[in-house]
Design a protein around this ligand. Sequence first.
Ligand code: HEM
Length: 267
Amino acid sequence: MTQTQEKNAQASGSANTLVSHSVWDRGTRLFHWINVVCVLSLAILGLAILNEKAFGVSAAGKVLLKTLHAYVGYVFAVNLGWRIAWAFIGNRHARWSAILPFRSGFGAELRAYLATWSTGHTRPYLGHNPLGRLMVLLLLVLLFSQAATGLILAGTDLYKPPFGGAIAEWVTEGDPDRLRQLQPGSQEHVVGSAYDEMRAFRKPVVTTHLYVFYLLMAASVLHIIGVIVGEFRERSGLVSAMISGRKVIGEAPADGDLAASSAENRS
Ligand code: HEM
Protein backbone atom coordinates (compact mmCIF):
# COMPACT_ATOMS: atom_id res chain seq x y z
CA MET A 1 0.00 0.00 0.00
CA THR A 2 1.37 3.41 -0.97
CA GLN A 3 1.49 6.27 1.53
CA THR A 4 -1.29 7.99 -0.45
CA GLN A 5 -3.50 4.90 -0.17
CA GLU A 6 -2.78 4.80 3.56
CA LYS A 7 -3.78 8.46 3.89
CA ASN A 8 -6.92 7.84 1.83
CA ALA A 9 -7.86 4.95 4.08
CA GLN A 10 -7.47 7.22 7.09
CA ALA A 11 -9.34 10.10 5.41
CA SER A 12 -12.26 7.84 4.45
CA GLY A 13 -12.78 7.30 8.16
CA SER A 14 -12.55 3.52 7.93
CA ALA A 15 -12.49 1.90 11.35
CA ASN A 16 -9.08 0.36 10.77
CA THR A 17 -6.19 2.00 8.99
CA LEU A 18 -4.51 -0.43 6.65
CA VAL A 19 -0.78 -0.57 7.24
CA SER A 20 1.75 -2.32 5.05
CA HIS A 21 4.37 -4.19 7.13
CA SER A 22 7.68 -5.55 5.98
CA VAL A 23 7.58 -9.23 7.08
CA TRP A 24 9.32 -11.90 4.94
CA ASP A 25 12.90 -10.89 4.13
CA ARG A 26 14.59 -11.71 0.82
CA GLY A 27 16.40 -14.78 2.22
CA THR A 28 13.13 -16.35 3.40
CA ARG A 29 11.32 -15.65 0.11
CA LEU A 30 14.19 -17.00 -1.95
CA PHE A 31 14.28 -20.20 0.12
CA HIS A 32 10.50 -20.61 -0.14
CA TRP A 33 10.25 -20.41 -3.94
CA ILE A 34 13.40 -22.45 -4.66
CA ASN A 35 11.98 -25.07 -2.29
CA VAL A 36 8.60 -25.08 -4.08
CA VAL A 37 10.27 -25.60 -7.49
CA CYS A 38 12.59 -28.32 -6.13
CA VAL A 39 9.85 -30.25 -4.27
CA LEU A 40 7.58 -30.17 -7.32
CA SER A 41 10.36 -31.34 -9.66
CA LEU A 42 11.50 -34.02 -7.19
CA ALA A 43 7.94 -35.28 -6.77
CA ILE A 44 7.44 -35.52 -10.55
CA LEU A 45 10.81 -37.26 -11.10
CA GLY A 46 10.15 -39.47 -8.04
CA LEU A 47 6.77 -40.54 -9.44
CA ALA A 48 8.47 -41.36 -12.77
CA ILE A 49 11.06 -43.51 -10.90
CA LEU A 50 8.27 -45.21 -8.97
CA ASN A 51 6.30 -46.00 -12.15
CA GLU A 52 9.23 -46.75 -14.43
CA LYS A 53 7.85 -50.19 -15.39
CA ALA A 54 4.45 -48.77 -16.33
CA PHE A 55 6.20 -46.08 -18.43
CA GLY A 56 8.45 -48.70 -20.11
CA VAL A 57 11.65 -46.90 -19.01
CA SER A 58 14.87 -48.70 -20.04
CA ALA A 59 17.64 -49.55 -17.52
CA ALA A 60 19.70 -46.59 -18.78
CA GLY A 61 16.63 -44.34 -18.65
CA LYS A 62 16.08 -45.35 -15.04
CA VAL A 63 19.66 -44.40 -14.10
CA LEU A 64 19.16 -41.07 -15.93
CA LEU A 65 15.90 -40.37 -14.05
CA LYS A 66 17.54 -41.18 -10.71
CA THR A 67 20.60 -39.06 -11.58
CA LEU A 68 18.42 -36.07 -12.54
CA HIS A 69 16.40 -36.57 -9.35
CA ALA A 70 19.63 -36.64 -7.31
CA TYR A 71 20.96 -33.43 -8.93
CA VAL A 72 17.73 -31.55 -8.18
CA GLY A 73 17.94 -33.15 -4.73
CA TYR A 74 21.34 -31.51 -4.14
CA VAL A 75 19.87 -28.08 -4.94
CA PHE A 76 16.97 -28.87 -2.60
CA ALA A 77 19.31 -30.01 0.21
CA VAL A 78 21.63 -26.98 -0.12
CA ASN A 79 18.59 -24.66 -0.11
CA LEU A 80 17.33 -26.35 3.07
CA GLY A 81 20.79 -25.96 4.65
CA TRP A 82 20.72 -22.30 3.71
CA ARG A 83 17.36 -21.90 5.47
CA ILE A 84 18.84 -23.33 8.67
CA ALA A 85 21.61 -20.74 8.55
CA TRP A 86 19.05 -18.03 7.77
CA ALA A 87 17.03 -19.00 10.85
CA PHE A 88 20.01 -17.70 12.90
CA ILE A 89 20.75 -14.53 10.93
CA GLY A 90 17.54 -13.51 9.12
CA ASN A 91 15.06 -10.88 10.33
CA ARG A 92 12.89 -11.52 13.38
CA HIS A 93 10.18 -13.33 11.38
CA ALA A 94 12.75 -15.68 9.80
CA ARG A 95 14.24 -16.89 13.10
CA TRP A 96 13.65 -20.18 14.91
CA SER A 97 11.78 -18.47 17.75
CA ALA A 98 9.27 -17.04 15.26
CA ILE A 99 8.77 -20.05 13.00
CA LEU A 100 8.66 -23.00 15.44
CA PRO A 101 6.04 -23.71 18.10
CA PHE A 102 8.52 -23.77 21.00
CA ARG A 103 8.43 -20.16 22.16
CA SER A 104 7.39 -19.90 25.83
CA GLY A 105 3.64 -19.43 26.15
CA PHE A 106 2.95 -21.15 22.81
CA GLY A 107 0.24 -23.42 24.31
CA ALA A 108 -1.70 -20.44 25.69
CA GLU A 109 -1.27 -18.55 22.41
CA LEU A 110 -2.61 -21.52 20.42
CA ARG A 111 -5.62 -21.88 22.75
CA ALA A 112 -6.37 -18.15 22.49
CA TYR A 113 -6.09 -18.31 18.69
CA LEU A 114 -8.40 -21.33 18.46
CA ALA A 115 -10.88 -19.73 20.87
CA THR A 116 -11.51 -16.92 18.38
CA TRP A 117 -11.79 -19.38 15.48
CA SER A 118 -15.59 -19.79 15.71
CA THR A 119 -16.10 -16.00 15.55
CA GLY A 120 -15.01 -16.10 11.90
CA HIS A 121 -12.30 -13.52 12.55
CA THR A 122 -8.93 -14.30 14.07
CA ARG A 123 -6.42 -11.62 14.97
CA PRO A 124 -3.83 -11.28 12.20
CA TYR A 125 -0.18 -12.15 12.74
CA LEU A 126 2.79 -10.48 11.09
CA GLY A 127 4.70 -13.77 10.98
CA HIS A 128 3.17 -17.24 11.32
CA ASN A 129 0.04 -17.67 13.44
CA PRO A 130 0.20 -20.57 15.99
CA LEU A 131 -1.32 -23.09 13.56
CA GLY A 132 1.16 -21.90 10.92
CA ARG A 133 4.06 -22.56 13.29
CA LEU A 134 2.86 -26.14 13.85
CA MET A 135 2.69 -26.56 10.08
CA VAL A 136 6.22 -25.18 9.62
CA LEU A 137 7.50 -27.73 12.16
CA LEU A 138 5.79 -30.60 10.33
CA LEU A 139 7.05 -29.44 6.92
CA LEU A 140 10.63 -28.95 8.14
CA VAL A 141 10.73 -32.42 9.76
CA LEU A 142 9.46 -34.00 6.52
CA LEU A 143 11.82 -31.96 4.30
CA PHE A 144 14.83 -32.87 6.47
CA SER A 145 13.88 -36.55 6.46
CA GLN A 146 13.60 -36.46 2.66
CA ALA A 147 16.97 -34.71 2.30
CA ALA A 148 18.72 -37.16 4.69
CA THR A 149 17.27 -40.35 3.17
CA GLY A 150 17.71 -38.98 -0.39
CA LEU A 151 21.40 -38.21 0.19
CA ILE A 152 21.93 -41.79 1.43
CA LEU A 153 20.04 -43.23 -1.58
CA ALA A 154 22.13 -41.19 -4.04
CA GLY A 155 25.11 -43.09 -2.62
CA THR A 156 23.58 -46.58 -2.58
CA ASP A 157 22.45 -46.84 -6.19
CA LEU A 158 24.32 -44.15 -8.09
CA TYR A 159 27.50 -44.03 -5.96
CA LYS A 160 27.18 -40.26 -5.76
CA PRO A 161 28.28 -37.93 -2.93
CA PRO A 162 28.25 -37.54 -0.01
CA PHE A 163 28.25 -41.31 0.77
CA GLY A 164 28.79 -42.83 -2.71
CA GLY A 165 32.56 -43.27 -2.29
CA ALA A 166 32.21 -45.25 0.94
CA ILE A 167 29.35 -47.34 -0.47
CA ALA A 168 31.30 -48.13 -3.66
CA GLU A 169 34.18 -49.35 -1.43
CA TRP A 170 31.68 -51.45 0.52
CA VAL A 171 30.13 -53.27 -2.47
CA THR A 172 33.50 -53.88 -4.19
CA GLU A 173 35.28 -54.71 -0.92
CA GLY A 174 37.81 -52.06 -1.89
CA ASP A 175 39.09 -53.98 -4.93
CA PRO A 176 40.67 -51.27 -7.17
CA ASP A 177 39.74 -53.06 -10.44
CA ARG A 178 36.10 -53.50 -9.42
CA LEU A 179 36.00 -49.90 -8.15
CA ARG A 180 37.26 -48.55 -11.46
CA GLN A 181 34.67 -50.48 -13.49
CA LEU A 182 31.71 -50.04 -11.13
CA GLN A 183 28.71 -48.43 -12.91
CA PRO A 184 25.68 -46.66 -11.36
CA GLY A 185 22.61 -48.91 -11.21
CA SER A 186 24.56 -52.01 -12.32
CA GLN A 187 25.38 -55.17 -10.38
CA GLU A 188 28.40 -55.97 -12.52
CA HIS A 189 31.77 -55.76 -10.72
CA VAL A 190 30.24 -55.88 -7.22
CA VAL A 191 31.00 -58.59 -4.64
CA GLY A 192 27.68 -60.45 -4.31
CA SER A 193 27.57 -60.84 -0.52
CA ALA A 194 28.66 -57.23 0.13
CA TYR A 195 26.11 -55.96 -2.40
CA ASP A 196 23.33 -57.95 -0.67
CA GLU A 197 24.33 -56.43 2.69
CA MET A 198 24.21 -52.96 1.15
CA ARG A 199 20.74 -53.66 -0.32
CA ALA A 200 19.49 -54.82 3.08
CA PHE A 201 20.82 -51.60 4.64
CA ARG A 202 19.20 -49.55 1.85
CA LYS A 203 15.73 -51.12 2.08
CA PRO A 204 14.40 -49.23 5.14
CA VAL A 205 15.92 -46.03 3.77
CA VAL A 206 14.06 -46.27 0.46
CA THR A 207 10.85 -47.23 2.29
CA THR A 208 11.19 -44.17 4.56
CA HIS A 209 11.91 -41.95 1.52
CA LEU A 210 8.72 -43.23 -0.15
CA TYR A 211 6.42 -42.85 2.87
CA VAL A 212 7.81 -39.43 3.74
CA PHE A 213 7.10 -38.48 0.10
CA TYR A 214 3.40 -39.38 0.61
CA LEU A 215 3.30 -37.52 3.94
CA LEU A 216 5.01 -34.50 2.39
CA MET A 217 2.50 -34.37 -0.45
CA ALA A 218 -0.38 -34.52 2.07
CA ALA A 219 1.27 -31.86 4.26
CA SER A 220 1.85 -29.61 1.22
CA VAL A 221 -1.87 -29.80 0.33
CA LEU A 222 -2.74 -29.01 3.96
CA HIS A 223 -0.28 -26.08 3.89
CA ILE A 224 -1.95 -24.64 0.76
CA ILE A 225 -5.43 -25.10 2.28
CA GLY A 226 -4.17 -23.38 5.47
CA VAL A 227 -2.88 -20.41 3.48
CA ILE A 228 -6.20 -20.07 1.59
CA VAL A 229 -8.28 -20.31 4.79
CA GLY A 230 -5.89 -17.91 6.60
CA GLU A 231 -6.18 -15.43 3.75
CA PHE A 232 -9.98 -15.48 3.90
CA ARG A 233 -9.98 -14.98 7.67
CA GLU A 234 -7.16 -12.46 8.10
CA ARG A 235 -7.24 -10.74 4.69
CA SER A 236 -3.59 -9.75 5.05
CA GLY A 237 -2.35 -10.74 1.58
CA LEU A 238 -0.65 -13.97 2.68
CA VAL A 239 0.17 -15.18 -0.83
CA SER A 240 1.47 -11.89 -2.23
CA ALA A 241 3.45 -11.43 1.02
CA MET A 242 5.69 -14.35 0.00
CA ILE A 243 6.43 -12.44 -3.23
CA SER A 244 6.61 -8.81 -2.07
CA GLY A 245 7.62 -9.55 1.53
CA ARG A 246 4.85 -7.26 2.84
CA LYS A 247 1.56 -7.91 4.66
CA VAL A 248 -1.25 -5.36 4.73
CA ILE A 249 -3.08 -5.39 8.07
CA GLY A 250 -5.89 -3.21 9.39
CA GLU A 251 -5.50 -3.90 13.11
CA ALA A 252 -2.72 -4.35 15.64
CA PRO A 253 -0.99 -7.66 14.82
CA ALA A 254 -0.97 -10.27 17.57
CA ASP A 255 2.79 -10.78 17.32
CA GLY A 256 4.12 -7.28 17.05
CA ASP A 257 3.97 -3.72 18.12
CA LEU A 258 2.16 -1.82 15.36
CA ALA A 259 4.03 1.40 15.96
CA ALA A 260 7.39 -0.33 15.81
CA SER A 261 6.36 -2.10 12.62
CA SER A 262 5.14 1.09 11.02
CA ALA A 263 8.43 2.73 11.93
CA GLU A 264 10.24 -0.24 10.36
CA ASN A 265 7.99 0.34 7.36
CA ARG A 266 8.96 3.92 6.85
CA SER A 267 12.69 3.23 7.18
C1 HEM B 1 11.10 -33.22 -1.32
C2 HEM B 1 12.11 -33.96 -1.66
C3 HEM B 1 12.01 -35.29 -2.34
C4 HEM B 1 10.93 -35.98 -2.82
C5 HEM B 1 9.48 -35.54 -2.83
C6 HEM B 1 11.42 -37.23 -3.34
C7 HEM B 1 10.64 -38.23 -3.90
C8 HEM B 1 11.11 -39.45 -4.32
C9 HEM B 1 10.29 -40.56 -4.75
C10 HEM B 1 8.76 -40.58 -4.79
C11 HEM B 1 11.12 -41.58 -5.10
C12 HEM B 1 10.71 -42.98 -5.59
C13 HEM B 1 10.81 -43.92 -4.38
C14 HEM B 1 10.95 -45.36 -4.76
O1 HEM B 1 11.58 -45.66 -5.78
O2 HEM B 1 10.45 -46.20 -3.99
C15 HEM B 1 12.47 -41.12 -4.90
C16 HEM B 1 13.60 -41.86 -5.15
C17 HEM B 1 14.88 -41.38 -5.01
N1 HEM B 1 15.27 -40.20 -4.45
FE1 HEM B 1 14.04 -38.76 -3.83
N2 HEM B 1 12.78 -37.27 -3.19
C18 HEM B 1 13.18 -36.10 -2.58
C19 HEM B 1 14.46 -35.72 -2.22
C20 HEM B 1 15.60 -36.40 -2.61
C21 HEM B 1 16.95 -35.94 -2.37
C22 HEM B 1 17.34 -34.67 -1.60
C23 HEM B 1 17.79 -36.86 -2.94
C24 HEM B 1 19.29 -36.87 -2.98
C25 HEM B 1 20.06 -35.91 -3.28
C26 HEM B 1 16.95 -37.92 -3.47
C27 HEM B 1 17.42 -39.07 -4.08
C28 HEM B 1 16.64 -40.11 -4.52
C29 HEM B 1 17.15 -41.29 -5.16
C30 HEM B 1 18.61 -41.62 -5.43
C31 HEM B 1 16.04 -42.10 -5.45
C32 HEM B 1 16.04 -43.47 -6.12
C33 HEM B 1 15.81 -44.52 -5.10
C34 HEM B 1 15.80 -45.85 -5.76
O3 HEM B 1 16.87 -46.26 -6.18
O4 HEM B 1 14.74 -46.48 -5.86
N3 HEM B 1 15.64 -37.61 -3.25
N4 HEM B 1 12.43 -39.83 -4.39
